[in-house]
Design a protein around this ligand. Structure first.
Ligand SMILES: [Fe+2]
Length: 258
């Protein structure tokens, strides 16, 4: 399994506070069967400043310290979409996922849909494929799932947080996460780990739950084949999402990833 969303870089944001905690989190991930983790510190204007150069340096330092754990580390970031995002991507200041065309992009807690579509359009024009971080936890998306279809139609992929399937963020979030599976809008599952306590870097428990819903093969693709393609800058071809009007179908009818 690969985890494409985790706050493990020591001291970079509200995740691991120091090297000791970072190493402890990596041991937890390895014990859960995770063989590679993307380092995705927050990039939020005025709050968290994690330029590419810093991410690369910290990833290298952590990689050296974690040599005995047996887990791969990949540089990345979690960029909160703002007016500054296109410029950060253009200048190379923002760290894409392992240097690929894929960028982990977080929707602001409250946003104007048209503005977000505009930012998405700019990113797509630059050849970037946004991987939208945990939209199932976003207050706007919870009210208006239609915006997720629009983003998917523009070529964005969606990353759902493992804990959302386990009810860690409440019933509404769980409902939307499951609904995203039903609608073929969930492409990647990741931990969004922040510590080794309430938000650890684990995927296996959620993988079991998702397997019950969409089958083991399709569930595993969300933590294995699809993340691996992203890390290698390969082409991800997501299935056509099901729009709300076409609501009558069964899980077993759905073609998921190969
Ligand atoms: Fe995150």
């Amino acid at each position: 399994m690969y985890d494409l969303h985790a706050h493990i870089l020591p001291g970079a944001d509200d995740g691991a506070r120091d090297m000791e905690e970072a190493l402890s989190m990596l041991r937890t991930a390895a014990a859960d069967g995770i063989k590679g983790v993307a380092m995705t510190p927050h990039v939020v204007p005025g709050l968290h400043d994690n330029p590419k150069e810093k991410v690369l340096r910290l990833t290298e330092e952590l990689r050296a310290a974690a040599a005995g754990i047996g887990i791969e580390l990949y540089p990345a970031s979690e960029v909160r979409l703002s007016d500054e995002t296109p410029e950060g991507l253009k200048s190379g200041a923002v760290c894409a996922i392992n240097g690929s065309r894929y960028v982990l992009a977080e929707l602001p807690p409250f946003f104007d849909s048209e503005k977000i579509y505009g930012l998405m359009h700019s990113m797509r024009e630059m050849g970037i494929v946004p991987l939208v971080a945990h939209p199932e936890r976003n207050p706007v998306a919870l009210e208006d799932v239609e915006c997720l279809y629009e983003l998917a139609a523009m070529g964005a992929l969606m990353q759902v947080t493992a804990g959302s399937f386990l009810g860690m963020f409440g019933d509404d979030v769980k409902r939307l996460a499951v609904s995203m599976l039903e609608r073929r809008l969930a492409h990647v599952m990741a931990s969004d780990a922040h510590d080794n306590g309430s938000r650890p870097p684990v995927l296996s428990a959620a993988l079991r739950e998702v397997s019950k819903l969409i089958g083991e093969r399709a569930a595993k693709a969300m933590v294995d084949a699809v993340p691996e393609k992203i890390l290698k800058n390969g082409q991800v071809n997501p299935p056509e999402p099901v729009r709300p009007k076409k609501s009558l179908f069964f899980f077993s009818d759905l073609p998921f990833f190969d």
